[in-house]
Design a protein around this ligand. Structure first.
Ligand SMILES: Nc1ncnc2c1ncn2[C@@H]1O[C@H](COP(=O)(O)OP(=O)(O)OP(=O)(O)O)[C@@H](O)[C@H]1O
Ligand SMILES: [Mg+2]
Length: 316
């Protein structure tokens, strides 16, 4: 893979900016595919600036579920032709899941590199999703790599893996490592502060209303803009009332992510034929994308919020 520089402005907004960003000249088989409709918005700014830094501490991105943390990295990587090697955290994850392990090949024991090792060797991005679901002691094992030191693989005869200069380490998580205040992100663990201290921490949120409406318009041109606008207004109302942001007694235990918004619009299209039977596809799709996941009290609250926002629109 040949390293090259790209014009950052041209890649992310279509207008040349003269600011260069390192990447590769060709995609590899591990480079994610470009989603041409992907909306880079204000939340992406800090992440893009981090990519502009040729030498930067590892990046820790946190924010609510479905706001675009992982996809943003994949889409930046896609445009820079960066290979991405991913792992997902869970409470039983162990170091060999990241570094690699011995396995049998043609009757012989052979060491199989894990995603972290491959990323370090090839100069790729190691994207560690939901890392805060891991035990803090497992993650503390990564401290020396986070400092930029080589990885020593004892299981493979003490192989020493020097980090390729293009290697990048990125964590995405729902918490900032200090545990989850809402209690809704089940399984999140408080992380060791020495581990957290090694990262540049970036908070990512949902896109602004106009960005989300525009995204939906591009993806679902068949749905009238006023309906898409109301769907985003509704999503913003739900986000405001989500327990993580609200102390109101009627706070909701569900939130409406960009992921759910896209699913809601997809289902609205799929259930369009129901309108002939006098059933609103938008409301029907809302239950199937969000409502059925909510508690009984939240469902009543969601229905009332929906009535307030959608009452002047004919849904058929
Ligand atoms: N800005 C955006 N433009 C286009 N699609 C988006 C955007 N943000 C999110 N999406 C879509 O929403 C879905 C969820 O995004 P993503 O997986 O990045 O969320 P996440 O923040 O990593 O969530 P989680 O915390 O649950 O892992 C993806 O299918 C993604 O393509
Ligand atoms: Mg994710």
């Amino acid at each position: 893979m040949t390293q090259t520089t790209h014009d950052a402005g041209e890649l992310f907004s279509g207008k040349p900016s003269g600011t260069t960003i390192l990447g590769y000249s060709e995609p590899s088989i591990y480079t994610p595919k470009i989603d041409p409709l992907y909306a880079f918005h204000e939340s992406s700014r800090d992440v893009i600036v981090w990519f502009l830094m040729e030498k930067a501490d590892p990046l820790y991105i946190y924010g609510p579920s479905g706001c675009g943390k992982s996809s943003q990295i994949r889409q930046i990587a896609a445009r820079l032709n960066y290979p991405v090697f991913e792992a997902t955290g869970h409470d039983r994850l162990e170091f060999p899941d990241l570094v690699g392990h011995l396995s049998v090949k043609d009757g012989n024991m052979e060491f199989q590199d894990g995603p972290l090792t491959v990323a370090m060797k090839q100069g790729g991005i190691f994207l560690f999703n939901e890392a805060d679901l891991c035990s803090p002691s497992t993650l503390a094992g990564l401290n020396t790599i986070l400092d930029g030191s080589p990885l020593c693989i004892a299981e493979n005869g003490g192989e020493l893996v020097e980090p390729n200069p293009m290697f990048r380490f990125i964590v995405t998580a729902n918490s900032n490592g200090a545990s989850d205040d809402t209690g809704l992100y089940q399984g999140v663990m408080r992380q060791n502060i020495a581990f957290m201290d090694r990262f540049i921490v970036v908070e990512v949120g949902y896109p602004k209303t106009e960005v989300e409406v525009n995204l939906l318009q591009q993806k679902f041109p068949q749905i009238p803009t006023d309906i898409l606008g109301k769907m985003v207004d509704f999503a913003n109302d739900v986000r405001k009332n989500f327990m993580g942001n609200s102390t109101a007694h009627d706070a909701l235990e569900v939130t409406l992510s960009t992921r759910t918004l896209i699913r809601w619009a997809e289902l609205t299209m799929a259930f369009q034929p129901l309108s002939k039977q006098g059933i609103s596809p938008v409301m029907y799709a809302l239950d199937r994308s969000l409502g059925f996941r909510a508690s009984q009290t939240s469902r009543v609250a969601l229905a009332e919020m929906a009535k307030r926002i959608f009452n002047d629109i004919s849904m058929n």
